[in-house]
Design a protein around this ligand. Structure first.
Ligand code: GRE
Ligand code: ZN
Length: 326
């Protein structure tokens, strides 16, 4: 089945950001993954052809710009990497689009860079890797912070989605993981961190101020579809100061889209469909951190009615990003 995929990462050596991903691989696996991150038009495209992935929306690897605590460096690298992304799309616009990377360390410059990326470079939205380190390594700022009020107003005005992508929490702020390094990364901490970040956005009233904002979450919703009923159920009894217009379940079904990136599990997909509906789920792989072939062969074999399967494969992404039919 023809598919669009939208959590598909690239790296670069100028500026040299690709090495950020090294910690996620064994020394044996790293050289191959590094090459896959740096490649766009060769092995990646060949696999897309084989697997009927007709279009890919590219994004920078994680944590990317979000960990560059020096503001000037964050702004400079984001600009250069977005220029690079736009050049890659221009080299094969039938098969590639890209999200922008944004220097959230400087809200004003991040807003400008989003406008430049969308209006001048033709990028389709932004992918933000969770909180940003600002000024020094230990200062973390989440996207519900009041400093981002203008940024979110601009996102709403431009009417582009923001992909909220995982990063690890800082070890200095995560005693719950002490002595258990296997809980970091994509096995567990990524999802807890990102699902919690999404709940912060909901609880901050962001979607009351901007009811048309669209946030995309990968990995079939970073644990949220499984637990959202309970979260609302308990908040109704003990709101602890929460003051928003709707339930979190409402925001999840209204302001979020979920992708299948890195979560090729049919019962989990069916649960997500039951919680948010097949209109809000989109195929993705999470290449090269995950296998494009595993993602595609799993999805192609999932037993689902044709209409919903087509929506998840490509129809929803086509509509959300205004893409031409694949
Ligand atoms: C990702 O970007 O999704 C990712 C990483 C590192 C390891 C696994 C993974 O950045 O899925
Ligand atoms: Zn990813």
């Amino acid at each position: 089945m023809k598919k669009i995929a939208l959590e598909e990462h690239f790296g670069a050596t100028d500026p040299n950001i690709v090495q950020q991903s090294e910690e996620h691989f064994t020394p044996q696996a790293w050289p191959g993954r590094r090459a896959e991150l740096l490649d766009i038009h060769e092995a990646r495209l060949r696999q897309m052809d084989e697997l009927e992935i007709e279009k890919v929306i590219l994004s920078l690897l994680a944590p990317g710009i979000q960990s560059l605590h020096d503001r000037t460096q964050a702004v400079d690298w984001a600009q250069r990497l977005n220029d690079y992304a736009a050049d890659q799309v221009a080299a094969n616009p039938d098969r590639f689009e890209s999200f922008a990377a944004l220097p959230m360390q400087d809200p004003y410059r991040a807003t400008e860079e989003l406008e430049r990326s969308v209006n001048d470079l033709g990028l389709v939205g932004a992918l933000i890797n969770g909180f940003s380190q600002v000024g020094d390594e230990d200062t973390v700022v989440y996207l519900d912070d009041p400093r981002y009020a203008e940024f979110w107003a601009t996102v709403a005005e431009l009417d582009v989605p923001v992909y909220l992508h995982p990063r690890d929490p800082l070890a200095s702020k995560s005693p719950q993981y002490d002595g258990h390094p296997w809980l970091y990364g994509s096995s567990w901490a990524f999802s807890v961190e990102t699902g919690t970040h999404a709940l912060r956005l909901m609880g901050s009233g962001l979607f009351d101020r901007h009811p048309n904002l669209t946030i995309i979450l990968g990995h079939l919703g970073e644990l949220l579809p499984y637990n959202i009923w309970r979260t609302d159920h308990r908040l109704a009894v003990a709101p602890r100061g929460l003051d928003v217009e709707h339930s979190f379940g409402h925001y999840l079904r209204t302001n979020f889209y979920l992708t299948t990136s890195g979560n090729f599990r049919t019962p989990t997909l069916l649960n997500a469909i039951q919680e948010v509906g097949a209109d809000r789920i989109m195929f993705s792989a999470d290449y090269p951190f995950e296998s494009m072939a595993e993602a595609a062969t799993w999805f192609d074999r999932v037993e689902l009615n044709d209409r919903d399967k087509h929506k998840i494969a490509s129809g929803n992404a086509q509509r959300l990003f205004g893409l031409s039919p694949v």
